[in-house]
Design a protein around this ligand. Structure first.
Ligand code: BEZ
Length: 211
C-alpha cells in the first residue's frame, strides 16, 4: 500500500510483546510513532531500540505512544530484548509487533523489494489522534535513525496544529516561527500579541506563541 500524508493509516490486529494489539484502539486519543527495523539480533537496531526506550518519557510528554515492528516473531523479540538490556543498559519499555508473515509490513509498505525482499526498511510513521499519517521517513538499513528529529517533528506538528504558524528550517522548540501567509497583518497582530517582524509580506517571524 502506498500510504501518503493525510491518509488514515490501516488498522490491524497483531501480536506484540505486550499482548495482542488492535492498532487504532491502541493509539487511542493521542499520537503514535510506528517504526520498523530490518531484523532482530542486528547491531544498529539494538542501539536504536535502546534509544527509543530511553526517550520514552519525552514521547509521553508529547502524548505519544511508540511501537516497533520487524518481520520476526514476538518470541524472537523477547529473546532479543534481553540482549538489548544487557548491552545497552536499557530495558525495552514499549511494545514490539511480531510480524513474521509480513502482514503489517506490507500494509504499511515497509518492504522495499529492491533494497531487500525479506527485511523491512527503517520506516518511521507519525500518526495523529485522527489516525492520519503526518510524517513518514525511510532510512536505509545501514543508517541508524535520529530519534531527536522525530521528537522535533512531533513538537512542530503539535504546535502548527494549534496555531496558524509553520516552523522554519532547523527549528526547535522555543525558536521563532513563521506566521501563516493566509493571515493578514491585522489578524496576525491580534493572534500574536508578542508582535512580529515582517521581512517580506510572505515572511513574518514571531516568537513561539505557546512560550
Ligand atoms: C543492523 O541493524 O545493524 C542492520 C540490519 C540489517 C542490515 C544491516 C544492518
Amino acid at each position: 500500500m502506498n500510504l501518503q500524508l493525510g491518509d488514515v493509516v490501516p488498522d490491524f490486529e497483531a501480536p506484540s510483546t505486550e499482548g495482542t494489539i488492535r492498532f487504532h484502539d491502541w493509539i487511542g486519543d493521542g499520537w503514535a510513532v510506528l517504526f520498523s527495523h530490518p531484523k532482530d539480533f542486528t547491531p544498529v537496531c539494538t542501539t536504536e531500540l535502546a534509544e527509543v526506550a530511553r526517550l520514552k518519557d519525552e514521547f509521553t510528554k508529547r502524548n505519544t505512544k511508540v511501537i516497533g515492528l520487524s518481520v520476526d516473531s514476538v518470541e524472537s523479540h523477547l529473546e532479543w530484548e534481553k540482549d538489548i538490556e544487557e548491552t545497552q543498559g536499557q530495558r525495552v519499555n514499549f511494545p514490539m509487533i511480531g510480524d513474521p508473515e509480513s502482514y503489517v509490513a506490507n500494509l504499511f509498505g515497509m518492504i522495499h523489494p529492491n533494497a531487500s525482499n525479506t527485511f523491512t526498511v527503517r520506516s518511521v510513521f507519525i500518526i495523529d489522534p485522527a489516525k492520519k499519517l503526518r510524517l513518514t521517513i525511510t532510512y536505509p538499513a545501514s543508517t541508524g535513525r535520529n530519534f531527536a528529529e522525530i521528537l522535533r517533528v512531533l513538537d512542530s506538528l503539535q504546535l502548527t496544529d494549534a496555531y496558524m504558524v509553520s516552523t522554519p528550517v532547523n527549528w526547535k522548540d522555543g525558536d521563532e516561527v513563521v506566521i501563516a501567509p493566509a493571515l493578514s497583518d491585522e489578524e496576525a497582530t491580534q493572534r500574536f500579541p508578542k508582535g512580529f517582524i515582517k521581512l517580506k509580506p510572505y515572511l513574518r517571524m514571531t516568537p513561539q506563541p505557546n512560550r
